[in-house]
Design a binder for this molecule. Sequence first.
Ligand code: GLC
Length: 425
Amino acid sequence: MTQQIIDQAKAVMRKNDHGTYTVPTHGLYPFQWNWDSALSALGFAHFDEARAWTEIETLFAHQWDDGMVPHIIFHKHDDGYFPGPEVWGTGREVPTSGITQPPVAGFAVRRIFDRARDKELAAAKARTLLPLIHAWHQWFFSNRDPKGTGLVAIIHPWESGRDNSVDWDTAFERVPTDGVQPFTRRDTSHANPAHRPTDEQYKRYIWLVEKFRSLGWDNSKLHDASPFQIVDPGFNAILIRSCSDLAVLAETLGETEIAAQSQAMADKAIEAIETLWSDARGQYLCFDRSVGALVDSPSIGGILAAFAPIPKARAKAVSDRIEVLAASCNFLVPSHDPTAPEFDALRYWRGPIWLIVNYMIADGLECAGQTAMADRINRDCLRLIELGGFAEYYGPINAEPCGGDAFTWTAAMVIEILNTHEIAA
Ligand code: GLC
């Protein structure tokens, strides 16, 4: 059974493989996405290590001169996606978007390196990637934390990877829609419109893109110019984890300066993330930097914080919080609290379960000794696959498979979980 699932997952990954990069799924997402690639490499590493390294190398081949790694790389022309290269207008030879995505590559590279069977290849690849990933981390702290708080802000919801989370609703009201060029969405012809972000949200997404384009994608200006500046605990946790993992990797490779700088960034951020803790909610919350207040929205962003090496007592509290969520759904972990009025079981990031997020939460909890909850989350991942196949995401009440199917990172997570955990599928 287990082998059968692994074989099916490999077939999904192969189907979406374009040789040097994978697409998340054909149709809906026909290009390379940043955190999709880093997480998918973990799956490849179990059956084709060289291919895993190539996935990450391709991503970093499109890093900007300032250090940013873009969220989409438009390797080949495809009409089926909006907004395409002409809307972003970033002027790159191989077009890319102009914003970034959760920096999970540092974590992925360390993990692939640590487990590598081909040690020589791993050392060579990790050595080349190390300064590139470090430059990206430094880019974050200089461009997205201009006041040196220790935490970085996202300036577009798409950067978070949780596109239409409830977390952004109030701040998003401040993003205007006037003057946006007329456009036709393409996502709603590939997936159920009732499960996708609304048209109103889409206008605001595009307003921000047009605003940043008008500033020539100059990252030294974008943060302060954006009416949307959110400090997301999940996003910051991913950055913290990648910085601390990169510190360990750099030390192993004898790159002591990168090691020290990475650890210093992680330490400062771990201290700062405490300011996002809410006793009332029993979890971390987003902080709206434009108005200087926490966002009282019980989403998975504040649970994903457990991916970072937060204090053990906090990891225990996050685990307790998931236990509370479990009382109102049949599968873990919903992207929004099912008892909250905004919860929407099938609409993208407003309720459904995403396996990649589950994986990161479980990994963080496991590192902090919360193994029972970690196992439970991993088990639910496999239950969802059995019931719904390799979907983009799943309903937390009835396990409906939603969004695109034959999804690369979902398949990669299954390969990763089954190869590293003793869980009956
Ligand atoms: C959606 C998701 C984002 C992901 C992308 C490709 O935009 O919200 O997290 O990277 O699809 O799978």
